[in-house]
Design a binder for this molecule. Structure first.
Ligand code: BGC
Length: 763
């Protein structure tokens, strides 16, 4: 108590020196958290062991609109809820449903601790934004903060106060289906985007009724699943872990993310859920993280098939020892934790620590003040899918589009494009643009590409449409994967005929919405079904073809790259997909997206990422014995950071204000960027560094900064980046984060390959 008082006084004194506003806020925050700690202790002291364990249990809803679903299992769960033996529920949605679950808990339980309701709000709740990988292509942090904010508003309006997002797994293998859920292959970009999304979800005040708790997932290493096969083994060394995988999580912890989720995979023999090194040593001790860690779905019980626990009791033991605080649908804590404590095998202090963390988050959300604060039908009605939210969805969709190819400046369509053929299995699809993890989106609610084109095309334009081929037999969420391997080519004739008659063709192909996402790994990055043959037929009929791609992972485009004049990467853009694509096709929006992942030349190059190591036999070896493939170039077809615009940007030489710097100093690297094109546009100016000699091997290029700028036609701007010790630090051979003296290359450009280059020294 005394200590707390002294700490507050110290904070208040510091306030007087450094600007009233900021310090007043800090002092208020400190005061608030001291109070929360006192309340947490007081609630904990009233709890029985059974109730404590109950807080560590999370149930899947099994909830009908207004009450629990029937069935023996659910009856049992309902009893536990009444007895205050459930800490959280997931997938209970709507004001009605969450209010009822909360009521049952609050009115019947002895201890009356509010439930926290979780849900996967990955790219929107009702209004759907681009899938996270697509949205990351915007490189627009403010935008991503705003889309997360809108998602939070809609989620909170549905009575839910916790999202299992953002996913910040650095992912480097396009075969991995979950690559669509993250920000791609780079740790720096992932860190920045994770923080933006957390700030959007949580706002300035977690206790406000329109903000929700975020969750940093999956801790850790999930994106490194061997061969891109979901849930597969991960083998990374400590340097890779520290320098590549953990930075986004550290950034999330520093940004105050309310919760963490662990992951399904093992790392070097130890499943993440049973990994004390990750969860206790690094997260809770070293980083001082005081929120809680929820397991991934059933991942505690999965310690049994992992082969490190013989039964649920042993699984519970391993998980709680390792710092997994809440058991999502694993049934292990519920079954065994109390017994483990009573038998003396698990120290009750570990349970207390977990419960303290869970209560802390519930207090931070303001649930103890009002467990029903998220339950307001009026807000639910007005907030959901509002016009304003659709506007943000349109902006996000426009900014996420990446123009990969634009031969002969076919795009944007000129006035001579009077007859446009729209072809392809995804062209009039109103459902696929919603992507996987679409939360509560209404099926078929997106604007299709065809609808967008019809709406945006200049008056008098003739638009013809045919599907050409089917991609799948329908929504394949849980179908046999072979059912999407369509073989029917009977629609080709019509496709060829309208293509022949048209001035330009928009050919919309790619992946089904459920071809990426959890469990959707593939060995093939090409076009499923008869799409290859369709592309061949249509490009033979008309030489002005623009491919509009819909997909959640990098695809192998090499077979068609030369056949078409234009390639528009549109991912799954969400509710406003078709409008955004049409805006790009007709030039209402000048594309500015840049790839957050490398697009390979074929699947055999995977895992492919720009920030690779040099190896002892780097690129350029004269003979055969250097690190390459004999049958293919080793670089990407479209590299990380790449994306065209209707403007042309010219980069001048890099200007460094000095050529060396020492500890405590910094260097400024500047470059002039000119828009030499005839229309205004946005460019993402990217800074990369290379540490030429390190105590451990270093990547050949690492993204270390980016700025998105707007340039009018003919305009020039100077873009500057500050390079300091922190920016060049890494986890070194000394096993600490530090900057090592030596020579560095600095690169600035519009993608990771086409860059200006200079050099500096750090002494
Ligand atoms: C996924 C998580 C998700 C959870 C709850 C798991 O299968 O791996 O990312 O949050 O389910 O739906």
């Amino acid at each position: 108590m005394k200590k707390d008082y002294l700490f507050i006084c110290a904070v208040l004194m510091v306030s007087a020196t450094f600007g009233q506003d900021i310090s007043q806020k800090t002092a208020q925050k400190t005061q608030k958290s001291v109070k929360i700690e006192q309340k947490v202790d007081s609630v904990l002291s009233l709890m029985t062991l059974e109730e404590k364990v109950g807080q560590m249990v999370q149930y899947n809803g099994s909830w009908d609109v207004t009450g629990p679903a029937t069935g023996a299992d659910n009856q049992q769960r309902l009893e536990r809820l009444k007895n205050g033996l459930v800490g959280s529920m997931l997938n209970v949605l709507s004001v009605n449903a969450t209010r009822e679950a909360q009521r049952i808990n609050m009115e019947n339980s002895r201890i009356k601790i509010p439930l926290i309701f979780g849900y996967d709000v990955i790219h929107g709740y009702k209004t759907i934004f681009p899938v996270p990988l697509g949205e990351s292509a915007s490189w627009d942090l403010d935008l991503m903060k705003r889309t997360a904010q809108v998602a939070a508003h809609e989620t909170a309006a549905a009575g839910v106060n916790w999202t299992f997002a953002p996913m910040m797994d650095v992912s480097r293998d396009a075969r991995w289906g979950r690559i669509m859920e993250g920000a791609g292959e780079d740790p720096f970009l992932n860190s920045k985007i994770a923080v933006a999304r957390i700030e959007g979800f949580q706002g300035d005040d977690l206790s406000a009724a329109n903000t929700i708790a975020a969750c940093a997932k999956h801790f850790a290493g999930y994106g490194f699943a061997e061969a891109g096969r979901d849930y597969n083994t991960v083998n990374v060394g400590v340097y890779e872990l520290k320098n590549t995988i953990l930075p986004p999580f550290k950034a999330a912890a520093d940004a105050g993310v309310a919760t963490f989720m662990n992951s399904f995979n093992e790392i070097d023999g130890v499943p993440a859920t049973a990994n004390a090194y990750l969860q206790r040593d690094i997260l809770k001790d070293k980083w001082g993280y005081d929120g809680f860690v929820v397991s991934d779905w059933g991942s505690i019980a999965e310690l049994i098939p992992h082969g490190v626990a013989k039964d649920k009791e042993e699984a519970a033991y391993l998980a709680v020892e390792a710092g997994s605080d809440m058991d999502m649908e694993g049934g292990a804590y519920e079954k065994s934790l109390e017994k483990l404590v009573k038998s003396g095998k698990v120290d009750e202090k570990l349970v207390d620590d977990a419960v303290r963390r869970i209560l802390r988050v519930k207090f931070r959300l303001g649930l103890f003040d009002d467990p029903y604060k998220y339950c307001d039908e009026e807000v639910e009605k007005s907030e959901m899918y509002s016009q304003a939210n659709q506007q943000v969805a349109l902006e996000a969709a426009q900014k996420s589009i990446v123009l990969l190819k634009n031969q002969d400046k076919l795009l944007p369509f000129s006035a001579s494009a009077k007859n446009i053929a729209v072809i392809g299995p995804l062209a009039n699809d109103k459902d696929s643009p919603l992507g996987n993890w679409r939360a509560q989106a209404t099926a078929n609610s997106a604007v299709s590409v065809l609808e967008g084109i019809k709406d945006r095309a200049p008056k008098g334009t003739k638009i013809t449409y045919t599907e050409g081929a089917k991609l799948s037999t329908g929504k394949r969420a849980f179908l046999d994967p072979m059912t999407f391997n369509e073989q029917n080519t009977s629609g080709f004739k019509e496709a060829v005929s309208i293509a022949k008659a048209a001035d330009v063709v928009v050919l919309v192909v790619g992946e089904d919405a459920f071809q990426t996402g959890e469990g959707r790994s593939q060995t093939d990055l090409g076009f499923a079904g008869v799409q290859d043959a369709l592309i061949n037929a249509v490009t033979a009929a008309n030489s002005n073809v623009v491919l509009v791609l819909m997909n959640g992972r990098p695809m192998d485009l090499s077979a068609h790259n030369e056949q078409v004049k234009g390639i528009v990467e549109s991912w799954f853009l969400g509710s406003q997909h078709g409008s955004a694509v049409a805006d790009v096709l007709f030039g209402n929006y000048n594309p500015s997206g840049k790839l957050p992942v490398s697009f390979p030349r074929n699947v055999g190059q995977e895992p492919l990422y720009y920030n690779q190591k040099s190896t002892g036999r780097p690129e350029g070896g004269a003979q055969v014995t250097w690190s390459h493939y004999e049958d293919l170039r080793r670089d990407a077809l479209y590299p990380f950071g790449f994306g065209l615009s209707y403007s042309d940007f010219e980069y001048a030489d890099i200007n460094l204000d000095k050529d060396s710097f020492a500890q405590g100093e910094k260097i400024t690297a500047s470059v002039e960027v000119k828009n030499t094109g005839s229309v205004a546009g946005d460019e993402v100016v990217q800074l990369y560094l290379r540490d030429l000699v390190g105590s451990i091997t270093r990547p050949i290029k690492e993204l270390k900064g980016f700025k998105k700028i707007h340039l009018e036609a003919g305009e020039t701007k100077t873009v500057s980046f500050t390079i300091d010790e922190k920016l060049i630090s890494f986890f070194t051979k000394n096993k600490i984060w530090e900057a090592e003296p030596g020579d560095f290359k600095v690169f600035i450009g519009g993608n990771s390959v086409d860059v200006q280059e200079s050099q500096f020294q750090y002494n």
